[in-house]
Design a protein around this ligand. Structure first.
Ligand SMILES: Cc1cc2nc3c(=O)[nH]c(=O)nc-3n(C[C@H](O)[C@H](O)[C@H](O)COP(=O)(O)O)c2cc1C
Length: 189
C-alpha cells in the first residue's frame, strides 16, 4: 500500500492547518494511500545543532522525538506539509523539523545532493494565514517550501495558500477548493 505522511506545522492540533490536513487525508485515503499524521506541536524536536556529525555517520546525533520520524519519511510515497504563516514564513516548529532532515542529505563532490529520502515523490504544501491578501503576499514563503520539497526528491508538488484562515472556515474557502483540485490531479497521476 502507498503511504502518505502528513505533517502539521502548527502548534495547534485542531486549527486551520489541521483541517487542511484532514481534507488531504480524505483525498489520499480515497486514492488508496495509508495516511499518518504527525502534529509537530505534540513532539519535542530540538533545533539542528549544526555539528555535521550526520555527514560522517548518516545519523543525527540529537536523539529526541525526531529520531523515529526519519524512517517514516523514508518509507513514505507522498508527503504533505500544512503550516500557518508566522511573521511572513513557516513556523519555527516546521523549520526545526526541516533542518533536522538535513541528516538524510549529503553533498557530492560535484555539488549535487545525495538524498536518502526513499521513494517520496509526491508532495503537497498547504499554507494558511490570517491576512486576507495572504494568497498574494506569501508566495515567497510557499515557493521556499516547494523548493525544499524538490530538494528532498519530490518531482510532483501541489501547493496553495489559504488566506483569511482565522476569520472564515478553511473548508469553505475557494482557495482551499482550488488546492484540493490540484491534489486530485497530483494523486491521480
Ligand atoms: C505568532 C504568530 C504569527 C503570525 N504571523 C502571521 C503573519 O505574518 N501573517 C498572517 O497573515 N498571519 C499570521 N498569523 C496568523 C496565522 O497564520 C493564522 O491564524 C493561521 O490560520 C493559524 O493556523 P492554525 O490554526 O493552523 O494554527 C500569525 C499567528 C501567530 C500566532
Amino acid at each position: 500500500m502507498k503511504r502518505m505522511l502528513l505533517v502539521n506545522g502548527s502548534p495547534r492540533s485542531d486549527g486551520s492547518s489541521a483541517e487542511l490536513l484532514n481534507m488531504v487525508s480524505e483525498k489520499a485515503a480515497a486514492a488508496g494511500y495509508e495516511c499518518e499524521r504527525i502534529d509537530l506541536g505534540k513532539l519535542n524536536i530540538s533545533h539542528c545543532k549544526g555539528c555535521l556529525s550526520c555527514k560522517e555517520t548518516g545519523e543525527c546525533a540529537v536523539k529526541d522525538d525526531m529520531s523515529p520520524l526519519y524512517k517514516k519519511f523514508q518509507d513514505a510515497d507522498a508527503f504533505t506539509v500544512s503550516v500557518p504563516v508566522y511573521f511572513g514564513n513557516e513556523t519555527g516548529l516546521l523549520k526545526n523539523f526541516i533542518d533536522r532532515l538535513y541528516a538524510l542529505m549529503k553533498m557530492n563532490a560535484d555539488g549535487s545532493w545525495n538524498v536518502r529520502f526513499g521513494n517520496v515523490k509526491k508532495g503537497v504544501v498547504a499554507l494558511n494565514c490570517g491576512a486576507p491578501d495572504g494568497n498574494m503576499i506569501y508566495h515567497g514563503a510557499m515557493t521556499h517550501l516547494v523548493i525544499i520539497m524538490r530538494m528532498f526528491g519530490m518531482t510532483d508538488v501541489a501547493s496553495g495558500i489559504v488566506p483569511a484562515a482565522s476569520s472564515a472556515p478553511v473548508r469553505e474557502s475557494q482557495f482551499t477548493k482550488d488546492l484540493m483540485g490540484s491534489i486530485d490531479f497530483l494523486l491521480s497521476s
